[in-house]
Design a binder for this molecule. Structure first.
Ligand code: SF4
Length: 449
């Protein structure tokens, strides 16, 4: 049961020493209760109090680390049902499925497509994070292990879906370096699967015939000391899988049922086999509610663009402006002789304008000034983008020492700053660029004629 701020306050030293960064012990206790700061911020809590509080103040859903190295991912840790309540913590991740029950050509096509889908959007890498390697009932063990070998060489995290402990052990032996998720624990095999997961130090995926059975199996695994789990919502039907995903999240976040406080896995490939359009629609639904890993038959650009965009919108903190680092960004091979174009550090502005600059083919030194992460007009209205702030940026980044060309394009929306900038930057030719990014290509080409 989650503790209230007052309960936590009673256990603090009540000295108001401020070492935790909060002005009083009460303020600290309230922040801990909201999950805003960790207990460890107070260096004066006894081990006994820490032990007493750590379980009670932990998020209702556990944070699980899976994979290794570059392919390590964090799942879970959520504290709310909806994004408007609080920022969601761990974005859901996408997997593509290969299976010993599929023919070789189909598996090869899935493998071949994985490296091709890898792009950046507003500073975030968009790619298929997981390969789900399925051991189909009655299929050839040798073929499965070959698939595991191939998947382990693909520089992605793995989910090994295998309910046969003997085969799972061989698969884990092949893929153990990458710390895969072992999915396939059930009421019938959970003891052996638990022993395997512990031996290899990997996360165990659990499923059940229904939610009651799943709950009982998870409780049994927890009693055996395993709290490194992920819950498979099942594939009986779309309706049931969705209902399970929602009930599991509600039970953990709203009702404080920590037995269901784990990330989830949704096998969309099984829910809509052979129907890519329905799979994309289901992936959108489970991105919103409440799949942590979504397994699809494959991922094309047509599926990825809307899905990854949706995910980025859902998991971005709306209270934090998305910023890029201020500095000089050479575009199209620009050197010290290329013209300069300046804009603000709002990430969306940067990516939209840099895309148009690239499209023009004209070498440009793209200058990003610190404007608090606001868009051009907002930054100007808030006093964060002015002739003085631009002159300061030029000085701090030594623009005149690094670039010989003395032509500077400023955003059309702040054309009003032209005169003041000319005064602050003598010797520079200040040119007002178009209002809209899409007009930049023609504008630059015309300038270069
Ligand atoms: S560091 Fe601990 S004792 Fe000091 S103010 Fe913070 S909560 Fe209170």
């Amino acid at each position: 049961m989650a503790l209230k701020g007052l309960d936590i306050f009673k256990l603090t030293p009540k000295t108001n020493c401020k070492d935790c960064g909060s002005p009083t012990c009460m303020a600290f206790a309230m922040k801990v209760a909201q999950g805003a700061v960790p207990l460890e911020k107070c260096p004066h809590l006894s081990d006994e109090v820490k032990a007493q509080l750590s379980e009670a103040t932990a998020p209702p859903m556990k944070t699980i680390k899976v994979g290794a190295g570059n392919n390590e991912h964090t799942l879970g840790g959520e504290t709310v049902l909806f994004r408007h309540e609080k920022t969601l913590v761990s974005k859901n991740l996408y997997a593509v499925k290969v299976s010993s029950g599929m023919d070789d050509a189909a598996n090869e096509a899935v493998f071949a497509a994985i490296p091709g889908l890898d792009y950046e959007r507003i500073g975030e890498r968009m790619y298929v994070e997981f390969i789900y390697v399925d051991y189909a009932a009655g299929s050839d063990k040798g073929k499965y292990l070959e698939l595991v070998k191939k998947a382990a060489s693909m520089d992605r995290a793995l989910v090994l879906n295998c309910a046969d402990p003997a085969v799972a052990k061989e698969a884990l032996e092949i893929a153990k370096e990458g710390k895969p998720i072992l999915n396939g624990a059930t009421a019938a095999n959970c003891d052996e699967m638990n022993a395997l997961a512990k031996e290899y130090g990997v996360t165990l995926g659990v499923s059940g015939a229904d939610l009651n059975e799943l709950h009982d199996t998870v409780a049994k695994l927890e009693a055996a000391g395993n709290k490194n789990l992920i819950l498979d919502v099942g594939t009986a039907s779309i309706k049931e899988a969705f209902g399970n995903a929602v009930q599991i999240r509600r039970a953990s976040v709203k009702d404080g049922d920590r037995t269901f406080g784990y990330p989830s896995l949704v096998n969309i490939a099984e829910l809509a086999p052979g129907d890519d359009t329905l799979q994309a629609a289901l992936a959108a639904m489970f991105t919103l509610k409440y799949g942590s890993i979504l397994v699809m038959s494959g991922m094309s650009y047509a599926q990825a663009l809307p899905l990854y965009g949706l995910r980025q919108n859902i998991y971005t903190d709306p209270q934090k402006p998305m910023k890029v680092e201020p500095g000089i960004y050479p575009v199209n091979g620009a050197d010290e002789n290329a013209i300069c174009a300046l804009t603000v550090d709002f990430a969306l502005t940067y990516f939209v304008v840099s895309g148009e600059l690239e499209r023009s083919g004209v070498p440009v030194n793209f200058l990003i000034t610190d404007a608090g992460g606001y868009s051009v007009l907002t930054a100007w209205a808030a006093g964060k983008l002015s002739a003085s702030s631009i002159a300061k940026f030029f000085q701090e980044k030594d623009i005149e020492g690094k670039i010989k060309n003395r032509t500077l394009l400023i955003p059309g929306k702040v054309a009003v700053l032209k005169g003041e900038i000319e005064e602050k930057l003598p010797g520079w030719n200040i040119v007002v660029a178009p209002n809209e990014a899409i007009q930049i290509v023609k504008f630059l080409k015309d300038m270069n004629k």
